[in-house]
Write a protein that binds this ligand. Structure first.
Ligand code: COA
Length: 148
């Protein structure tokens, strides 16, 4: 079941993110992002939150801010399903493009995005802080949406 998140779900999203991601957002980042009314969907199965996607949609442009699926439930179509919900929403709102950024080493996310039609449009050097000394480049990706 898919539910729209609000700011009271920040802790839940932060826990999921810590379990799934090599470079997790902090609880404060989730709280701020949800408080700014950025939409987020949480995927629930058997009373357990197992994945989420959080995005921004304004003036015909959409950006995926974050997506994660708990490791126990990965590689079974949930990430694709979550991303498709955002694409459907963006289409319904007549968005022209959807943008996102991903760490260059994040093969699972890169493969997911490519599968859903995203293409590389640029690189942000040293964009992600991975530790006090290490940084990692971001690949910028986009998909254009077309209408009859
Ligand atoms: C990226 C992520 C959300 C994918 O979720 P998922 O539920 O495992 O993905 P899906 O099962 O829907 O996979 C859809 C497609 O993505 C690709 N994919 C997903 N995981 C993959 C992996 N580990 N290796 C290679 N390709 C992968 C495949 O093409 C797959 O299609 P297929 O099953 O037909 O081969 C998940 O790996 C995750 O939570 N990662 C940690 C958080 C993260 O990095 N988020 C991205 C931030 S930019």
């Amino acid at each position: 079941m898919l539910k729209l998140a609000n700011v009271s779900d920040a802790t839940c999203l932060a826990q999921l993110e810590r379990a799934a991601s090599a470079a997790p957002w902090t609880l404060q980042q989730f709280t701020d992002c949800l408080a700014e009314k950025n939409p987020a969907y949480i995927l629930w199965e058997n009373d357990r939150a197992i994945g989420f996607v959080i995005y921004h949609l304004i003036d015909g442009q959409c950006e995926i801010y974050n997506i994660a699926v708990h490791p126990d439930f990965q590689k079974n179509g949930r990430g694709k399903y979550l991303l498709e919900q955002v694409i459907d929403t963006a289409r319904a709102r007549r968005c022209q493009s959807i943008f996102l950024e991903v760490r260059v080493s994040n093969q699972a996310a890169l493969a997911l995005y490519q599968k859903l039609g995203f293409n590389e449009i640029g690189i942000r050097r040293n964009y992600y802080k991975m530790s006090s000394t290490a940084r990692e480049d971001a690949i910028m990706m986009a998909v254009d949406l077309f209408y009859d």
